[in-house]
Design a protein around this ligand. Sequence first.
Ligand code: XMP
Length: 327
Amino acid sequence: LWNSLNIIEDSIKNIREQVGQDEVLLALSGGVDSSVVAMLLHRAIGQQLTCVFVDNGLLRLHEGEQVMAMFAQHLGIKVIRVDAEQRFLGVLQGVSDPEQKRKIIGNLFIQVFEEEAKRLDTEGHQRGAGFRWLAQGTIYPDVIESAGSKTGKAHVIKSHHNVGGLPEKMHLKLVEPLRELFKDEVRKLGLELGLPLEMVYRHPFPGPGLGVRILGEVKKEYADILRLADAIFIEELRKQGWYDKTSQAFAVFLPVRSVGVMGDARKYEYVVSLRAVETIDFMTARWAHLPYALLETLSNRIINEVSGISRVCYDVSSKPPATIEWE
Ligand code: XMP
């Protein structure tokens, strides 16, 4: 019988056999796949697992704190948070081309992760240990995808996810406990392992994060504004029962100013567009037909509560021809 419980037992046994007493490193993003790998490995080998969570400054509101609260405080998993916001914003300065931004963010992610891995490894050696394994949240569709010769964005997505030449450079072997599983099986495993429902069924979030949801040049001011608007959007979707009816929903920051009035004062501030889609495979998507009353609440709340925004738009473009992300 092939159910979550015996998949878990099986993987734990396999992981223990595979890594023995060795130490294992994992890049934890807080997404479903890497979170489930963290849970599995923690069950299997406890403190032999070290997770590195890179905060690139392009995450959603309180995301870094939530990941740490959940994995480090609540579950007692060893997680190192690397605060790299300044570095990411630094290298993104003056860059406005979307693919360029993706490359820069992906490369710096690998660099930051590698530096941290080497630092931790050196510390480990002083205790007579050090990493032998790199764990990855590769799932079955990733295996198929990299076997084919994909080009374009799919390729970029993959290159962001795997951590470059680290396995060879540090002589690390790969441990990939989800390699044979589909996404829905990974989610079930996550639930069985005790991850909260909201986390297991969270909408996907792209590797480059808010970096591709701030159109053109990325600035901290824009990211801060966008985080607040996005949080209100998601909060209302959840409250009004629309989160699970949509496949992905987020706010996009438009760096153009628009005039408005607030009380007696004239405002001349930025615009956000809300995007919500329904899709099965993310290859095609229909814009979600959110109720007008919900859109009205969203617009009122965002304009009143987020300083810096004077106008809210709703994106009614389907894919194709539009992509889900704006960049
Ligand atoms: P598009 O915009 O191509 O998005 O219609 C399809 C799905 O892919 C996600 N996406 C990305 N994920 N790195 C990622 O990890 C990326 O560079 C990237 N670009 C798009 C997008 O959020 C949607 O779920």
